[in-house]
Design a protein around this ligand. Structure first.
Ligand code: TYM
Length: 334
């Protein structure tokens, strides 16, 4: 049987260059190789954990779907769907909830981060923490196990969640028979974490992102606000720790990157370096932007693709959950 890759992105904001360079672009490249199966989805149930603005969830789902398609995802090669179109996922979430130790979830990064933040602010540990945030890894486990994916391409921050999904699969198999393959994280070391405007990881939560489909004018303006040091033109610059250089590298050819490295040593001015970065990013994104704008103006086309994808996905998750209901002792739905 073919290796099955599965990965998701949470639609709780506008997709940014980090999502694109770190995840979408490599995932789309991988989907073109042909000898693997790919399941890519929009994790809109996950979005509800951090975003309780219905209009924003809705809008972000369309934006992210249109971004994947504009970036070259071919729905013939990828099973491309929206999580909430798959009723088997919340059902499996419950089955997995009942085989997952509460103590395991106490140690999940997202939950611990929320607790640490409260501690810093002098608040009660669980202050403002929903059960949804606590259960995040179980929902993610169900995303993966509902399709028996072997490989899950993710960033380093998500490895722990994949390990938890693996443990849930093993516990379930131990109790009810061999129903699940044990999934593994696939972390690509060549794909660096993209820096944001302030030099930290580009992230919605740091408010330091460059939206993937900014207009050229917005893109130019945002690039202008990337942090640099105060060295004047003519003074040599360091590539080490330079967010500008790091983002350039993610979009430029190897020769162009080598040339900018040399230009840094030769004292290129920050204004000139930013112009080079703008041209490099815009060259790649301009053709995608056109398709993106078309799709955003024709949401019913995006919708039709997602519904077809969900139908395709459910030909797998439907029969699996039917079998699992029987395995745990419930009446099979007819
Ligand atoms: P999310 O939506 O936070 O991130 C989606 C993907 O984008 C990558 N990413 C980055 N890569 C490089 N540089 C950056 N600055 C950057 N910012 C984000 C992330 O590594 C991630 O791969 N819980 C998941 C979604 C999810 C999922 C799943 C993934 C739900 N169920 C099942 C895999 C399998 C999340 O919130 O990703």
């Amino acid at each position: 049987t073919k290796t099955r890759f599965l990965t998701g992105i949470t639609p709780s904001g506008t997709p940014h260059l980090g999502n694109y360079a770190g995840m979408m672009r490599p995932a789309i490249a991988a989907s073109r190789t042909g000898d693997v199966e790919n399941f890519y989805f929009l994790a809109d149930y996950h979005a509800l954990i951090k975003c309780q603005d219905p209009e924003r969830v809705n809008r972000s789902t369309l934006e992210i779907a249109a971004s994947w398609l504009a970036a070259g995802l071919n729905p013939e090669h990828v099973t491309f769907y929206r999580q909430s179109d798959i009723p088997e996922i919340p059902e499996l979430t419950w089955f997995l909830t009942c085989v997952t130790g509460k103590g395991v979830l106490n140690r999940a990064h997202a939950y611990k981060a929320a607790q640490d933040k409260n501690a810093e602010a002098g608040k009660e540990g669980d202050d403002g923490v929903t059960a949804g945030l606590f259960m995040y890894p179980v929902l993610m486990g169900a995303d993966i196990l509902a399709f028996n994916a072997n490989k899950v391409p993710v960033g380093r921050d998500q490895i722990q969640h994949i390990e938890m999904a693996r443990d849930m699969a093993a516990s379930f198999n131990h109790l009810y028979g061999e129903h699940f393959v044990l999934p593994e994280a696939a972390v690509d070391d060549n794909v660096a974490t993209l820096a944001g405007l302030d030099g930290r990881k580009m992230s919605k939560s740091y408010d330091n992102t460059i939206p993937l489909f900014s207009t050229p004018a917005q893109l130019k303006k945002l690039i202008g606000s990337i942090v640099t040091d105060s060295r004047a033109p003519g003074e040599p610059k360091d590539v080490e720790g330079s967010a500008l250089f790091q983002i350039y590298q993610a979009f430029a050819t190897a020769e162009e990157t080598a040339a900018l490295r040399q230009a840094y040593a030769d004292g290129i001015g920050w204004g000139d370096a930013k112009t080079l970065l703008f041209e490099c990013i815009d060259r790649e994104l301009a053709p995608l932007r056109e398709r993106y704008n078309y799709l955003m103006a024709h949401p019913q086309e995006v919708e039709a693709i997602l519904l077809k994808g969900a139908e395709k996905a459910r030909t797998y998750s439907g029969p699996l959950l039917h079998k699992l209901r029987g395995a745990v002792g419930l009446r099979p739905l007819t």
